[in-house]
Write a protein that binds this ligand. Structure first.
Ligand code: ATP
Length: 462
């Protein structure tokens, strides 16, 4: 789906551009265009060191909220390749399509229902179909699933699909989980993993790619309480982003109109963030009814029900699904955290990330590379890193090193200087306020680790 653009007359606009985020990601090694030495492969990206750490922290916080902080959700990691009948049952084989139109002249392909957001490559650029030479085909339905073959023979019997969502892997394991995890509704199964969609118009950096990571949870409930749980999860997922520092004014809940709803869904709400491309979906929360379990029961011949001992009857649970994207969430956290300010006549770029999301929590820096400071700093670093992700950086001027840490969002800088050698204290620099305080080395790692559990709000809120 092509993304909307913000209307500056009616909406607040993001204060950062996507180009600034892309440049920072490249400069600091968060995310690179994939296969770059071969000229790139459109809209695919590789995560570098800090990108991996950031995205891992996003996924870690999701797991924390789903598993560690509650006892009614269990984890799953299902296979990417599944039996082709899964996609028949789920409806993806027949219906996971976008309308596609080809131009016979320029050979470009466009989403036929989004022509107004596309550009014809012929110059001067017009909308596809507008120019005198444009020759668009009638729209045809294009299935977004990637097809592959399992085994050495390439025939229709070996056709399989890369999963376009992680959810179906959960539904097909419903029976296993109820039997072996001894869970009864209301309970959930959560999964994080790669999904693949052959999007016709990917773009906007990692917002829409053909290979991405999803964080999905299917919550199985007695039908009578489905609406209550739908409302609960909608609010809970909105609050998760706020707890991790996204400014609430740039987040909104958008209930789907009746004509947007899937035929099986009685309610869907999107959590939207004001990205530089305008308000766009971060996550969808859907009340899916009993559609999925019924479909898989019919196609597999297995009973997918829960037997309620108290009532002495079996029923098919209804499902509430919060479905988020790890890449999109990481992008939103970066966009929301990105800030620039003038400090002593120079522009400072800083990622004001929630400390729990920051790739590195503490930078340990010897003030200069002599007088025993690097050695002293190294000992401190070895101690701190046992408790927190830390980085030791002794190269270049201290100002340059601070700027580097600011750009990767490191909340605390610890500098070992001349005084440290005398009294075992260090300078602790705060990323956001730039305040510097003197701190004893003794117990520093524990004290900083404890700060990670404190409530936090974006300093950009003022
Ligand atoms: P959209 O309307 O943006 O295409 P969707 O409604 O098809 O998204 P879902 O199928 O509900 O998305 O998937 C759940 C989440 O997975 C989305 O909210 C998004 O965060 C993420 N996601 C979906 N498609 C992509 C993609 N092509 N690239 C990156 N993330 C994606």
């Amino acid at each position: 789906m092509a993304e909307p653009t913000a209307d500056p007359a009616t909406e607040p606009a993001s204060e950062v551009t996507l180009d600034e985020i892309v440049a920072l990601c490249k400069r600091r090694g968060f995310i690179f265009p994939s296969s770059e030495i071969y000229g790139g492969l459109g809209s695919t990206y590789d995560y570098g060191h800090y990108g991996v750490l950031l995205k891992n922290n996003v996924k870690g916080e999701w797991w924390r909220s789903m598993l560690m902080e509650r006892d009614d959700v269990v984890a799953l990691d299902s296979a990417i390749l599944q039996h082709p009948r899964v996609w028949e049952a789920s409806g993806h084989l027949a219906g996971f399509t976008d309308p596609l139109a080809d131009c016979r002249t320029c050979k470009q392909r466009f989403r036929a229902d989004k022509l107004e957001d596309a550009r014809c490559p012929q110059k001067p650029s017009k909308l596809p179909g507008e120019g005198p030479d444009c020759d668009l085909t009638d729209p045809r339905e294009f299935n977004l699933m990637f097809e592959t073959n399992v085994g050495p023979v390439k025939d229709t019997a070996s056709t399989a699909y890369l999963r376009p969502e992680t959810a179906q892997g959960i539904f097909i394991n419903f029976k296993n989980v109820t039997q072996f995890a001894r869970k009864k509704p209301p309970f959930g199964i959560a999964q994080i993993g790669k999904s693949f969609r052959n999007e016709i118009t990917p773009g906007n950096f990692v917002f829409r790619t053909r290979e991405f990571e999803q964080m999905e949870m299917e919550f199985f409930v007695p039908p009578a309480v489905a609406q209550t749980w739908f409302e609960y999860w909608t609010q809970e997922r909105f609050d998760w982003y706020v707890r991790l520092g996204i400014r609430p004014g740039l987040l909104r809940l958008r209930p789907h109109d009746a004509d947007e709803l899937s035929h099986y869904s009685s309610g869907t709400s999107d959590v939207e963030y004001l990205f530089p491309i305008g308000w766009s979906e971060l996550e969808g929360i859907a009340n899916r009814g009993d559609f999925d379990l019924r479909q898989h029961a019919e196609f597999s011949g297995e009973k997918l029900e829960y037997f309620d001992q108290e009532k002495g009857e079996a029923y098919v649970p209804h499902v509430i699904e919060p479905a988020a994207g790890a890449d999109r969430a990481a992008l939103a956290f970066m966009v929301d955290a990105y800030d620039t300010e003038e400090v002593e006549g120079r522009t400072r770029t800083v990622l004001r990330l929630h400390p729990r999301l920051a790739p590195v929590k503490v930078a340990v820096l010897p003030l200069v590379s002599k007088e025993g400071m690097p050695e002293k700093a190294r000992v401190l670093f070895e101690d701190v890193r046992r408790r927190l992700p830390a980085e030791f950086d002794e190269g270049g001027s201290i100002g340059k090193r601070y700027r580097r840490q600011d750009e990767i969002g490191t909340p605390w800088g610890v500098t070992v200087d001349g005084q440290t050698l005398e009294d075992d204290t260090v300078t602790l620099r705060d990323r956001d306020t730039l305040e510097q305080s003197r701190e004893p080395i003794e117990g520093l790692g524990e004290r900083l680790a404890a700060r990670l559990d404190e409530p936090w709000a974006s300093p950009k809120l003022g």
